[in-house]
Design a binder for this molecule. Sequence first.
Ligand code: FES
Length: 173
Amino acid sequence: MSDEQCQTCKERKQANPRWREDFPVQWENDNYITRREMVKFLSLGSLLIAGANFIVAAIPHLEKATRYPERQVGLASSLPAGGSTLFNYPTEHDPCILVRDKTGDLVAYSQVCTHLSCAVIHSAKENALFCPCHNGYFTVEEGRPYAGPPTRPLPRIKLEQRGDAIYATGVEV
Ligand code: FES
């Protein structure tokens, strides 16, 4: 009898181990919850992706909405071909450089080097914007780096000429 009981006990234990009694799991409900969780996860994931797409699509419009002040930065008659002058734009803490290139065109850039923020200067002899910190060179025509460590172009200042006066009207990053 006791052997039989033991045999029964063993079979019961195998079919229903002790941990199942301590931690009962209702598999049908468990599957149901998992499915619901999955749908919740997919819905929230889709919403997040849709939101991120909306934000990415809105960024260019927000940038366009940034308004820059219009400020007179120099006189065209005071800048000979190959000459340059300094000014601050859009705030007093943003140094910029205005250059009249050898063809007579006026261009302006942020004076802050895109490598490690030293001030670039105009080199008429080399027809370049030069950063003395690490010998970085930018083209005068486009502000594009072509020698030294800088890899990003200088932010360009939009200019407008009215009569003799030159105005800064915006920044192209
Ligand atoms: S800071 Fe201008 S080249 Fe390094």
